[in-house]
Design a protein. Sequence first.
Length: 309
Amino acid sequence: MPDAVRVAPEVADAVAEGRPVVALESTLLAHGLPAPDNRAVAAELEDIVRAADAVPATVAVLDGTAAVGLTPDELDRVCGGGLAKLSGRDLGVALGLGLDGATTVAATCLLARLAGISVFGTGGLGGVHRGARESWDISADLAVLASTPVLVVCSGVKSLLDVPATLEQLETLSVPVLTFGTDAFPGFYQRDSGCPGPWRVDRPAQVAEVAAAHWALGAPSGLVVANPVPDADELDRELHDRVLAEGLALAEQRGVRGGNVTPMLLEYFHTATGGASLTCNIALVRANVALAAQVAGALTDSEVALRAR
């Protein structure tokens, strides 16, 4: 373990003992949700993991140290603002320069893997941006998933992105994509992105069996488990489509590019929907983390069973 990576004792003990652990990202808290909702959600997500007899490991970079598992005071810092947004390529910079940063899906996967954690619960996956044929704007989440054996439970790809192109890219990168309890690939705020899901699973144990078998074959990649937002919390389709069109036009008008697009659009959604998108976002993250905790427990059993064969 590199000196600049610190694993909380509770997390390290659980990993060493083969007990389930769920990684949680910090970009959602620092950049995806407004205060004070972000701090309340941070505590709630950890409570959801513990309620399933798993150990939460929220990940961030603080004072140039990558922390896997945060104290309440450290969660306060993450939710207090002022943290850089760190993808995988930025981790060495932040550690070398002694910076504070919130980890994206890519960075969280890398640090979770270093700590021996195989399951990660989050909101939406990054992917291929609209207009990527001209901009070449593709989230680093995809490349990291192709080479990092971590299972990511999410609500599909953010609807702000090019969902069909993202699914094609995941196929090219040999990253298995499972949809949970649905034949449709979810679209973050929407239960159905309009794209079919490659493989359907209906129970956490099935997810765990697939992941255990995938890694037993020596596959280097992670897996995506796309879990649709609860039906009662789905954002109205007409409202979603109208606000998305307005937000994309505004981003183009302001010249917003790269990693700044998603935070800008999420903030616009929050404002333009009167907070409805925030309610949806929190609901889907809760559901994903609950499923991730169940999968982590089932995966422990599956890995033991595979070793016994």
